[in-house]
Design a protein around this ligand. Structure first.
Ligand SMILES: Nc1ncnc2c1ncn2[C@@H]1O[C@H](COP(=O)(O)OP(=O)(O)OP(=O)(O)O)[C@@H](O)[C@H]1O
Length: 242
């Protein structure tokens, strides 16, 4: 579960308000889509949830644990897939996954089972003994996704995860997200594509200029907009006419 209260963050010595008094609660067992146009504040919010950036104000709790006060404990509950898959190019895929599994203190059997299952789904098993530097963008992304799931996190956070994946890999990832949520975990991901949110999410939140302007189901969004246009247009309308 993710609970965010009155969260704010500015850049450039207060000149850029990236996130402004944001409140959000994401439950166990749901896939929550965090939608917004470029520069809306999605990545900044995600960096605060994952403990990479420190909030100026407000509180974030992961399964009741304060991310600022108890960062290590909170991070043990989180699996994170950043928007940029730049990782240790000199390691092999397997060395990277073992490194991540060591950090989370995962026993040999669990790491073997998880790596096997996920690498098979993404069809990158054969590449795990090659260096990451030789991987394509999509392969690096798949490796990071496997690393993020290796400790079976109860809160899985992904920043624009479908960008750069081919349709088959995107399908596999969406299926992983659904299964993870169905097992009682929280899945939170950002996207700027309404269609992706429509297919995958139980609930969405729309952020514009650092503020949440809508939370609810896609059906509720449709009702709120009282229009029969395509969802993409609804989204643009909601974002532009607020
Ligand atoms: N390091 C930084 N220094 C100054 N301003 C920043 C910095 N990072 C982000 N910003 C600004 O903060 C605001 C929110 O940016 P953020 O990257 O969180 O948005 P986003 O919704 O993730 O956008 P995108 O979809 O383009 O990734 C934008 O106005 C952005 O220009």
């Amino acid at each position: 579960m993710i609970e965010i209260n009155n969260l704010s963050k500015t850049y450039a010595k207060g000149k850029v308000k990236a996130v402004n008094n944001l409140n959000l609660s994401v439950k166990q067992g749901e896939i929550f889509g965090f939608l917004g146009p470029n520069g809306a504040g999605k990545t900044t919010t995600i960096k605060m949830i994952t403990g990479i950036l420190r909030p100026d104000d407000g509180r974030i709790r992961i399964n009741g644990i304060d991310v600022v006060k108890e960062p290590i404990r909170a991070k043990m509950h989180i699996g994170f897939v950043p928007d940029n898959p730049e990782i240790f190019n000199r390691l092999t895929g397997m060395e990277y996954l073992n490194f991540i599994a060591d950090i989370y203190d995962i026993d040999n059997q669990q790491r073997y089972d998880k790596i096997n299952e996920l690498a098979e789904s993404f069809e990158i098993k054969d590449a795990l003994n090659s260096s990451i530097g030789s991987y394509s963008h999509g392969m690096k992304q798949k490796l990071i996704i496997i690393g993020a799931l290796i400790h079976n996190p109860s809160v899985w956070i992904l920043d624009e995860p479908l960008v750069g994946l081919d349709p088959k890999a995107a399908f596999v990832l969406k299926d992983m997200m659904r299964r993870h949520a169905n097992e009682g975990n929280t899945v939170f991901f950002s996207t700027h594509i309404m269609e992706v949110a429509e297919k995958v999410c139980d609930r969405i939140g729309i952020i514009k200029k650092g503020e949440i302007i809508f939370t609810g189901t896609i059906d509720e969004l449709r009702q709120a907009s009282k229009e029969e246009e395509s969802l993409e247009n609804l989204f643009l309308e909601l974002v532009e006419n607020e």
